[in-house]
Design a protein around this ligand. Structure first.
Ligand code: ADP
Ligand code: MG
Length: 564
């Protein structure tokens, strides 16, 4: 037989990726996807090999958040697939577009549960954790399968898509001309969703009648990249705004209308709150209860109709993409002007200045060993001098205190634990952000959080990425001074090694290590890490006796009978 015009599923798949402008894959190879990755690299796709699929998936997810294009994660069958699935689920919960592509074993054997190598019904396992899960069985379906995955990931509320590539598909043959002709780029895969004019007018009317209006910016607002119009709406109306964690920097945190330093006051007093790409989930105490004005009414801008009324009644829903919605809101101000009162702003300013002073005092206090705020005082000086830095942040106290202490100045530059409050995303996010932006990344991590994905420092060093990792090492989950309640002297459930020298780890891979115990040492090390552009790890010694159990969310722990 003349095979000269035959190609195979693996090659067609790479052609389809290229056709769709996909230029980066994060993954871990093995059976049956090793050659797929090799060939993708051969054809010009950048391939970033990781040490664990979860971090590869997190890198893909954050690439999706930063670019509005699906980040791609490649995994092997069964266990590799499952390792990546946590990241896919996290992406879906956070609304980040990504596609997890996984090889899978023999369908016939899997379906009869006859015990194949790495046997698992991956597509069905993925379904509850993803926005959608698809399987491609035939080479002639590759182009459609990929188009479907891309469209699903980025349209509407973005999310994670699972795409199953069977071993048989990767090895199957197809006529090259037929395959070439099957390739296409989906037309308008994330169409504008324009809200009704009526909903815009209703929203502006409600805001216009408010005595104490407030805007809450969420990561959906950050994702939409409607930065200029969001700024214009806020600056024209003078409505104070509160950024959710990953929306920090959409307008700079030291903007005169930023109410972050008066968070409790504005939530307790605002009578109309406009949510822009932010959900009334646990992070906003579901829009009710003691943190909120009981008479508050809501405007909500969201692309997902099902989000409206999910926790409390929404008086003015604006269902559409934020870019289109905010553009119409700005335009509508001509006819329905909205202006926040100077009394309301003065009330906020008074509260802000008290809280900003309190924070400044905490950051300036020098304790020995350093507590979280002393260390953050040093970090803040360096970040304020590098306003375009990407900041990856995870931990408990490390997360909460950093979010409160460190100002952000650029949109989409703060990447953190997000909706699930998950640990272990940091290294993947740092690598994904470094690859996507080409800019220096600073990661502020708790010692516990770092442990989940610490081996990726080898990945950072292998690819020579400009990532500076600062580990706030207080020797434990929450804090490092807890004891074994049985009296046997074993490490307590929250205990980690306070004497650990995390800096030594990066030495093994040729990165730059620092071990610091004073604010000045920390400042110098962090500034050097950033300017060097080289992989750097700073072990920052923090007092094990500092740290609050569960950080700012202790209240979420169960209240037991014996509870203290
Ligand atoms: P945060 O945690 O910052 O409050 P959430 O993740 O809870 O943010 O909410 C983000 C919201 O933004 C989601 O409800 C999502 O549907 C919405 N969203 C995401 N992208 C867009 C977009 N382009 N246009 C409109 N809404 C969007
Ligand atoms: Mg700790």
């Amino acid at each position: 037989m003349d095979n000269s015009n035959l190609t195979d599923g693996m090659h067609v798949f790479v052609d389809a990726l290229l056709k769709n402008g996909i230029d980066t894959i994060y993954g871990v190879v093995g059976i049956p996807v090793t050659d797929l990755a090799r060939h993708a690299q051969e054809m010009g796709i950048k391939y970033y090999g990781f040490r664990h699929e979860q971090s590869a998936g997190n890198a893909a997810a954050i690439t999706g958040f930063l670019t509005k294009k699906p980040g791609i994660c490649l995994t092997v069958s069964a266990p590799g697939f499952l390792n990546g699935l946590t990241a896919l689920a996290n992406a879906t919960v956070n609304g980040f577009p990504m596609i997890q592509i996984s090889g899978s074993s023999d369908r016939a054997i899997i379906d009869l549960q006859q015990g194949d190598y790495e046997e698992l019904d991956q597509m069905n396992a993925a379904k509850p954790f993803a926005k959608a899960a698809y399987r491609i069985n035939r080479p002639e379906d590759i182009a459609v399968g990929l188009a479907r995955a891309i469209r699903t990931a980025i349209s509407g509320r973005p999310g994670g898509v699972y795409l199953d590539l069977t071993t048989a598909l990767l090895g199957s043959t197809i006529d090259k001309t037929v395959a070439d002709n099957s390739l296409f780029v989906p037309v308008c895969p994330a169409p504008k969703q324009i809200p009704s004019q009526e909903s815009i007018e209703r929203a502006l009317k409600l805001l216009g009648d408010a005595k104490k209006p407030l805007i809450i910016l969420g990561k959906g607002a950050a994702y939409s990249q409607a930065d200029a119009n969001i700024r214009e709406f806020i600056e024209t109306t003078n409505i104070p705004f509160l950024p959710m964690s990953m929306a920090k920097g959409l307008l700079e945190d030291d903007h005169k209308l930023c109410a972050a330093a008066a968070r409790s006051l504005v939530l307790e007093n605002a009578d109309v709150v406009m949510l822009v790409g932010a959900r009334l989930n646990w992070l906003l105490s579901h829009g009710k209860g003691k943190h909120w004005n009981p008479a508050v009414r809501f405007v909500q801008l969201d692309i997902e109709p099902k989000e409206i009324d999910s926790n409390v009644r929404i008086d003015a829903p604006v269902v559409g993409d934020i870019s289109s919605s905010i553009e119409l809101m700005v335009a509508g101000l001509g006819k329905s002007p909205v202006k926040a009162s100077s009394d309301w702003l003065a009330q906020i300013d008074a509260d802000k200045s008290v809280n900003i002073q309190k924070m400044a005092a905490k950051l300036a206090a020098v304790t020995s060993p350093m507590d979280f705020y002393t260390a953050l005082g040093a970090v803040k000086e360096v970040i304020d001098a590098n306003k375009d830095i990407y900041l990856v942040n995870e931990g408990a106290n490390t997360l909460d205190d950093t979010r409160n202490a460190i100002n952000m100045y650029q949109p989409r530059h703060r990447l953190d634990c997000g909706t699930w409050g998950v640990m272990g995303v940091g290294m993947g996010y740092a690598i994904g952000a470094a690859v996507t932006s080409g800019k220096p990344i600073v990661m502020i991590d708790g010692d516990s959080a770092f442990g989940f994905s610490g081996m990726e420092i080898e990945t950072v060093c292998r690819f020579k990425l400009p990532v500076t990792i600062v580990i706030f090492n207080n020797g434990g989950i929450y804090r490092g001074d807890h004891i074994d309640l049985s009296g046997k002297g074993a490490p307590s459930p929250t205990t980690l090694m306070v004497s650990a020298r995390y800096d030594k780890l990066i030495e093994a891979f040729g990165g730059t290590p620092y071990n610091v115990a004073t604010p000045q040492e920390l400042k110098d090390a962090l500034a050097s890490g950033i300017t060097s552009g080289k992989p750097t790890l700073i072990n920052c010694v923090i007092d094990p006796a500092t740290g609050t159990e569960s950080g700012h969310i202790s209240s979420l722990n169960p209240k037991t009978v014996a509870g203290k």
